[in-house]
Structure formats: C-alpha cells, structure tokens
Write a protein that binds this ligand. Structure first.
Ligand code: SF4
Ligand code: SF4
Length: 102
C-alpha cells in the first residue's frame, strides 16, 4: 500500500469562508439555557467578555454598549456567563441557568 500525497487527499476541515460558523445553528446541543433578567443587569459586560461563543447580544447604538439578550441559535449552554454575572444591587443575578425544555 502506498501513502497518498497531501494534494491527493479530499478537502476536509478547511474553512474556506471566514466567519461561516454563524451559518450553523449550534444551540440545540444545550441541556441548560441562560435566562436574562434585564432589571437586574448592571451592564458590566462580563458576560459578553467571557462568553466563548459570542452569544451575548449587545446594542451598540447608544453612548454605552447595552446587553439586550442571548443569541439562542448559537449559545451552547456552558453557563460561563451566569457564573461571571455579579449579583446586582438587589442581590439578584441578571443571568441564571435553567434546564432547557425541548
Ligand atoms: S451559556 Fe455559555 S455560550 Fe451561552 S451565552 Fe452563556 S457563556 Fe455564552
Ligand atoms: S454579566 Fe450580568 S450584570 Fe453584567 S452585563 Fe452581563 S447580564 Fe448584565
């Protein structure tokens, strides 16, 4: 048996268009889902900084960026955002993980 050369192999695992991950809805892998409570949000943006899937929606139209929700098409339910979300002044967090109902 002879080994194939690299140019004889089929293309695989090659990203031909940058940013194409947005085209694939990967949120259905989740078991838990973050719930956002805007009234408790202090707009620290920790969730946006730490989310590994860029799934925190931020409105950039005003003077300061504002977290407005979660992109549930791409959120994997890892819970990092809820873990990093500090309790607001009322002692209630703005992001809480709950089991997702399918
Ligand atoms: S649960 Fe994970 S993937 Fe989903 S928004 Fe939070 S940090 Fe991002
Ligand atoms: S980490 Fe929590 S308090 Fe901070 S911006 Fe995100 S949701 Fe709001």
């Amino acid at each position: 048996m002879s080994l194939k050369k690299a140019q004889d192999l089929a293309e695989a695992g090659v990203i031909t268009e940058a940013g194409n991950a947005e085209s694939f809805k990967t949120g259905d892998w989740r078991t838990f889902v973050p719930q956002f409570y805007p009234a408790n949000c202090i707009q620290c943006l920790f969730c946006w900084i730490y989310c590994p899937d860029a799934s925190i929606k931020v409105d950039l139209s005003g003077d300061k960026p504002q977290v407005v929700g979660i992109d549930l098409d791409h959120c994997k339910g890892c819970g990092i955002c809820a873990n990093e979300c500090p309790p607001a002044a009322k002692g209630k967090a703005a992001l809480v993980m709950v089991r997702e109902e399918k």
